[in-house]
Design a protein around this ligand. Sequence first.
Ligand SMILES: NC(=O)C1=CN([C@@H]2O[C@H](COP(=O)(O)OP(=O)(O)OC[C@H]3O[C@@H](n4cnc5c(N)ncnc54)[C@H](OP(=O)(O)O)[C@@H]3O)[C@@H](O)[C@H]2O)C=CC1
Ligand SMILES: O=C(O)CCC(=O)C(=O)O
Length: 441
Amino acid sequence: MTTLTDNDVAAASHEASVRRAREGAAAPIATPLDDARAQLAEAIALLGFSDGTHRLLATPRRELTVAVPLRTDSGETTLFTGYRVQHNFSRGPAKGGLRYAPNVDLDEVRALAMWMTWKCALLDVPYGGAKGGIAIDPRAHSTAELERVTRRYTSEILPIIGPERDIPAPDIGTDERTMAWMMDTYSVNSGYTVPGIVTGKPIALGGSLGRASATSRGVTHIALAALRHAGLEPARSSAAVQGFGKVGADTARFLAEAGVRVRAVSDQYGAVANDGGLDVEALIAHVRETGSVVGFAEADELDRDAVLTADVDLLVPAAVEGVLHEANAADVRAKVVVEGANGPTTPAADRILREQGVLVVPDILANAGGVIVSYFEWVQANQAYWWRADEVESRLEERMLNAWEHVLGYAGARGLSLRTAATALAVERVAEAHRLRGLYP
Ligand SMILES: NC(=O)C1=CN([C@@H]2O[C@H](COP(=O)(O)OP(=O)(O)OC[C@H]3O[C@@H](n4cnc5c(N)ncnc54)[C@H](OP(=O)(O)O)[C@@H]3O)[C@@H](O)[C@H]2O)C=CC1
Ligand SMILES: O=C(O)CCC(=O)C(=O)O
């Protein structure tokens, strides 16, 4: 287990952040951790909190880096690196997803864990924030290899997770099958079944109805409210969605069901567009068959990143961090951006979009549906009592729209962007928990 040094903490100030060029970028772009720290610094300044409180909230409470050896199907041994970062647990157990992607690194996991803390506080679910990841390309491995990697990683992080400590869930590259393997590994080590150790599990193992689509439902509730707030009638609006995975595909489907014309979507391999509106159900079936949106017959092919600047009312980035940055933000034509992904907009892009009058609904609000229903799942699993799908969905909608109104009101009263308002509200709640427990902001 690593302990943070003063050098690590010093990097909490945005000015001190190390900026690095991402491969292929026209200009150096800040890392997700730089972005998360810059957002925190802005909230701290607004709230007038001390340097000590800033350092406390900028610093993960606990970090674990683990080696994950794998015996491949062909009998060779290979090694991956895995991480679990618990950013904060002052309001309850740490909570957050597990990501499998080749470029996962400690700083990315630190950023994602910090955003989880603010998300849980903003939505008032009784959790702190965590995130995990393994630097692995899941598409390059068989199911059997992924199962062995998941079980080994779970065993390595076992000392710091648990239903009262830290509860993983799916994120990029992982799914309910991954959660089932994690739950089984943890349960075998405990000597009894522990359904509350993960969320996003299969229903048959104590998962919640509505969890698989919860993030997308939440994004859609917020997108429809944000369109109306911007004076746009959803049934006469158009949208583009970046990313067609667990979050993006269902968001496109729910938007289309609400009457929004989904004109363009993308995945890692490319993008497709249809000005009259894509048949999202047919596109989902195509992706199930082929593994990509590319090649969908009822659409035109588009450059992958052209979805971000498509001529639409609503843009939903639902893929990875940092996709809206200084070099492309001015080209965004959407009037409303709703962040399905975590960290898709850099602070520089945020400023440009605000100057252009684009309404940006931040990740910690917009994509909180997943962790809300994860919380419902954990409650149900711990009580061994399951709710109906309509109960889950109506409670999800109520929480999302209450948080939307709250953030909107706070931002409006103070002339803030929705991101600054949401972050400040969340940071204030976390600082309050520390204050009540004996550390003063
Ligand atoms: N799952 C959840 O409950 C939650 C997820 N999130 C966030 O939502 C985002 C998406 O997560 P999730 O849907 O679960 O992940 P998935 O792995 O299910 O899907 C990710 C999608 O993004 C696509 N993608 C990756 N890079 C690019 C790119 N450069 N351009 C276009 N598409 C790209 C992938 O393409 P391909 O299919 O070709 O690989 C895939 O379609 C992440 O930021 C995650 O942290 C936030 C809250 C909850
Ligand atoms: O469902 C959860 O616990 C966390 C989901 C997640 O990783 C996220 O909201 O980014």
